[in-house]
Design a protein around this ligand. Structure first.
Ligand SMILES: Cc1cc2nc3c(=O)[nH]c(=O)nc-3n(C[C@H](O)[C@H](O)[C@H](O)COP(=O)(O)OP(=O)(O)OC[C@H]3O[C@@H](n4cnc5c(N)ncnc54)[C@H](O)[C@@H]3O)c2cc1C
Length: 468
């Protein structure tokens, strides 16, 4: 074993975490000319992008794209490789982008390779060398031993804000009474008969979450919305916890309490959908023992839900379990305290910001214990701007946040945590770090000319303007 060896790697930009945010950050940094290293604790880049869920917050609830740039390039690569379904309306609250998570693995690997990102898998960030609020080196452990990653600028896309915390940043954790949004295991079922499922929605619309916002409902009745779903022709339906079919099953112990069974397509060829429904609330996912201990319960819920779908939901009679996410899904842990915190009112009032570096549009979406869930739509089905300063941890000069650990109050976090805004933040963070790094003089991210950054992002396809 070589575990006691220490090696040093140098880069212009080091990105910690290869989820939606980190991948976009690394690609943006590399495209901007920075020598970029992307580090992840896991065996495969992708994070939650590989779990089967669709990307929310890439379009607003009016169906207009609010995500451009690197995120869209990733979708185009999925399309080139034959795994892109595209934007769908859930006829409830949002539009989302569906794709095959197996093809997404290929797309990510192809793009990282194409742009020359140095990938370091199986590498866990455990410490940092920090001097006066500046990170000198990120310390990771892997089979080669200890590696010190030296770089003038770092992107913290770890989801949990690990690097920012090691650098001394303060943070908020979960809800004010110690509660946490549930952990969930996404899973997939193949062999789904979509026409039968959509015919069932037509016959019993009361079982489904439909037209929850005015922007989506547009004055339609449930029956008319069911008709729109039929026209769309995709298995994108949400069975609600307080509808008859699911609430009866919960009351009879045939299902566990849950707010929704969210069904979204992943592959037309395999007639496959992803189901988002399992849940164990109020676990602090930063406690690895606690996190690991819920796996058995989530697996049991998958078995229960698979049986429920086969026994009660037309279109699923001959469907079968075909895969589950490579890891337990974590909705919330730390929110790093930044120079500015995105607020609930910023989100709900669709506020624009002259220093915005990307957009979000997802409703305030806070899953709770059992069948509880808060869902509050953004005014008019529009979008809000994510302020540049919400990516800057207070008191740390050379780390920029991207993704789930961004600075936000808990309600705003319930919106900005979804993958569309994570990708936009990633592109902004990677571009900003590269802009300073390639000038070669070190520097403080807090002093960066944000209007210059915005011009660069626009040139690279990011959507920052318009009335969206
Ligand atoms: C069950 C569930 C359902 C969801 N549904 C949707 C949905 O339908 N649509 C949607 O858009 N969003 C959804 N979300 C939210 C969204 O998936 C996440 O908030 C988002 O993907 C976070 O992206 P990220 O890049 O910040 O983090 P992640 O995707 O979590 O990536 C972080 C990466 O950092 C790595 N990492 C962490 N710590 C370290 C360390 N110390 N050292 C090295 N590497 C580290 C991890 O291995 C991981 O790969 C859901 C979330 C969950 C959990």
């Amino acid at each position: 074993m070589t575990i006691n060896k220490t090696r040093t790697i140098s880069a212009d930009v080091a990105v910690i975490g290869a989820g939606a945010a980190g991948i976009c950050a690394a690609i943006a940094a590399a495209k901007s000319g920075a020598r970029t290293v992307l580090i992840d604790a896991g065996p495969m880049p992708g994070g939650e992008l590989l779990t089967g869920m669709a990307v929310d917050g890439a379009l607003n609830a009016r169906g207009e794209w609010i995500l451009g740039g690197v995120g869209r390039e990733l979708f185009e690569e999925c399309a080139r490789l034959g795994g892109y379904i595209g934007p769908l309306n859930d006829w409830r609250l949002i539009w989302y982008v569906c794709f095959d998570p197996e093809v997404m693995k290929l797309a990510i690997a192809r793009l990282l390779g194409r742009y020359g990102v140095t990938l370091l898998l199986h590498s866990f960030l455990y410490d940092a060398e920090v001097k006066d609020g500046t990170v000198k080196a990120a310390k990771v452990l892997n089979k080669s031993g200890h590696m010190h990653i030296r770089a003038p600028f770092f992107v913290d896309a770890s989801g949990d804000g690990d690097l920012a915390v090691l650098a001394g940043a303060a943070f908020d954790l979960g809800g004010k009474d110690g509660e946490f949004q549930p952990l969930s295991m996404m899973f997939r079922m193949s062999g789904v008969d979509t026409p039968s499922l959509l015919a069932y929605v037509q016959s019993f619309p009361e079982n489904f979450a439909l037209g929850e916002s005015d922007a989506i409902r547009g004055g339609r009745t449930d029956a008319q919305i069911a008709q729109e779903l039929l026209k769309q022709g995709q298995p994108t339906v949400f069975i609600k916890g307080d509808g008859k079919v699911l609430s009866d099953a919960i009351a009879q112990g045939q299902m566990y309490p849950t707010a929704l069974i969210m069904i979204q397509p992943t592959s037309s060829a395999r007639r496959e959908v992803c189901l988002n429904t399992t849940r164990v609330a109020n676990v602090n996912a930063l406690d690895t023992q606690q996190l690991s201990s819920v796996l058995g319960t989530l697996a049991e819920q998958i078995e229960t839900c698979t049986n429920f779908m086969k026994n009660y939901i037309p279109g699923f009679e001959h469907a079968f379990f075909s895969g589950m996410a490579p890891r337990i899904g974590i909705r919330e842990t730390r929110r790093i305290q930044g120079e500015e915190a995105l607020s609930e009112q910023d989100v709900l009032r669709a506020r624009k910001n002259e220093n915005g570096i990307g957009k979000g549009s997802h409703h305030v979406d806070i899953h709770q214990d059992g069948a509880g869930q808060i869902r509050i739509p953004v005014d008019g089905g529009g979008s809000y701007d994510i302020p540049w300063r919400s990516l800057l941890p207070k008191g740390v000069s050379n780390v920029v946040l991207a993704g789930r650990c961004v600075s936000a109050d808990r309600a705003a976090h319930g919106s900005v945590r979804v993958m569309g805004p994570c990708m936009a933040m990633g592109q902004a963070a990677g571009t900003a770090a590269a802009l300073l790094a390639t000038q070669g003089n070190g520097g403080d991210l807090h002093q960066l000319d944000v209007q210059y950054l915005r011009d660069c992002l626009r040139k690279d396809g990011a959507i920052l303007d318009g009335t969206y």
